[in-house]
Write a protein that binds this ligand. Structure first.
Ligand code: UD1
Length: 416
């Protein structure tokens, strides 16, 4: 089992380059299925979730060739299968995008139920509702989601809850439906916009991505393109918090600063100095960090995928902080691990109350999921002594070379 061993206490200083966005890449690679031709995808993050997805695409018949770690050439011309079985599918959440993409291309899709982080029920009812509205018959049998349609016909779809996954999945299938599909109450996250931009470059006709109404006019054919994935908002946010929690000063490069607004505002509220350029943000820690309150929301609200990380820094700050998790019903499991280091956090349902400052001492901890693991890394960096994080493979699902990037900034961290 992979472990990360951190000797805490070093202030992080310097510059760090942010990789491509995991959640955009995990939607864009399945979107390639809708095209026939050769696409080159650049700025792919070199992380475990992408490796699993590429394996799935190869099993479906796509020819995948990494030109370098971050550039993948995919020939989707000869994809013939529309069935993706358990194996790699169960390892990632985003395998549900295969449903929309395969349904769009073959009017048929059979995909094992997805995996991913466990922080609640994670239903896919809104995805299925959308596919049915487009004309598909849906069936769940023996752990396989099956979709079949004679033809897909555009229609109006109102999402009962704002869902990133359902918005992108319906967009994928509707791209090749006949006529116009309108998704109302759509998610506005940067990766929804990035996926729509990618589909449009391939020849799709999608307008309104980034607002809550997306209009898709179906097209018959999509072609291969060269596309560069946007930078990862959550990785960038994790390094911004790392700068502040270690009392350091870090320039986080190759990012879209606008995507960081909800976090930037909170770090400023906590007393950090934040300087913004066209494609970078520099965070400098103050003498004293003050606790604040956070409510996670859909974009442009505070992202739930930065909740464990922000909770960690709020909990080391002076005063009382209240963190409310509005997206997932069970996303505070990592708090018990933080407590091993000396944090004072009380959780009641979807609310965590933190009291600081605290004296943190390294300990052995377990990464239950990806962002929980990131929170433990931050906590380890801020603690005195050694923190050993086991199940670190969760962290490598979403963070490229995290120990290498942190070491360059001055952290004492190693992977064993
Ligand atoms: C995506 C991200 C995940 C992030 C989440 C919210 C990927 C691979 N994962 O997950 O990292 O935490 O967005 O920003 O991009 N819901 C339903 N029915 C559905 C779908 C969702 O009730 O059919 C609910 C969920 O239970 C949750 C909320 O809607 O409470 C948001 O979920 P959603 O945006 O769909 O998250 P994911 O796409 O799974």
């Amino acid at each position: 089992m992979e472990q990360l061993i951190i000797k805490g206490g070093n202030p992080l200083r310097g510059e760090v380059n942010i990789s491509g966005a995991k959640n955009a890449a995990l939607a864009i690679l399945p979107a390639v299925i809708l095209s026939e031709g050769i696409s080159t995808i650049e700025n792919l993050p070199y992380i475990e979730d992408i490796k699993h997805l590429v394996e799935i695409l190869e099993n479906l018949g796509a020819k995948c060739n990494f030109k370098d770690k971050h550039t993948l050439v995919i020939d989707s011309t000869n994809i013939e299968k529309y069935r993706a079985v358990y194996g790699s599918v169960k390892k990632i959440r985003a395998s549900y995008y295969l449903l929309g993409a395969l349904l769009g291309r073959f009017k048929n899709a059979e995909v094992a139920m997805p995996g991913g982080c466990n922080f609640g029920q994670r239903p896919v009812d809104q995805h299925i509702k959308g596919f049915k509205a487009l004309g598909a018959v849906a069936d769940l049998k023996n752990g396989m989601n099956k979709l079949k349609a004679d033809k897909l016909i555009g229609t109006n779809i109102y999402l009962d809850v704002i869902s990133v996954g359902a918005t992108i999945n319906i967009m994928l299938a509707a791209t090749k439906a006949q006529g116009v599909t309108i998704i109302e109450n759509a998610a506005k996250e940067p990766h929804v916009v990035d996926t729509a931009n990618f589909l449009n470059m391939m020849g799709a006709n999608i307008k309104g991505a980034g607002t809550d109404v997306i209009r898709i006019i179906g097209v018959e054919k999509l072609h291969g393109v060269r596309y560069t994935i946007i930078p990862d908002q959550i990785e960038a946010g994790t390094y911004m918090i790392a700068a502040a929690i270690t009392k350091g000063s870090v320039t986080v490069k190759n990012i879209i600063p606008k995507h960081m607004d909800p976090l930037t505002a909170k770090l400023i509220e906590m007393n950090c100095i934040v300087e913004e350029g066209d494609d970078y943000i520099k965070v400098t820690a103050p003498e004293k960090l003050y606790a604040t309150n956070i409510k996670t929301m859909v974009y442009p609200g505070f992202p739930t995928d930065l909740q464990p990380q922000i909770t960690t820094i709020v909990a080391c700050s002076h005063g009382t902080g209240i963190i409310t998790e509005n997206v997932w019903e069970n996303r505070f499991q990592y708090v018990n691990e933080l407590k091993r280091l000396g944090f004072n956090i009380t959780v009641e349902g979807r609310v965590a109350v933190t009291k600081g400052p605290v004296n943190l001492m390294g300990a052995e901890v377990f990464a239950h999921d990806l962002r929980a693991g990131a929170a433990l890394v931050l906590a380890g960096l801020a603690s005195v002594g050694t923190t050993t994080i086991s199940n670190a493979k969760q962290i490598y699902r979403g963070y490229e070379n995290i120990e290498g990037k942190l070491r360059v900034l001055g952290a004492d961290i190693e992977k064993v």
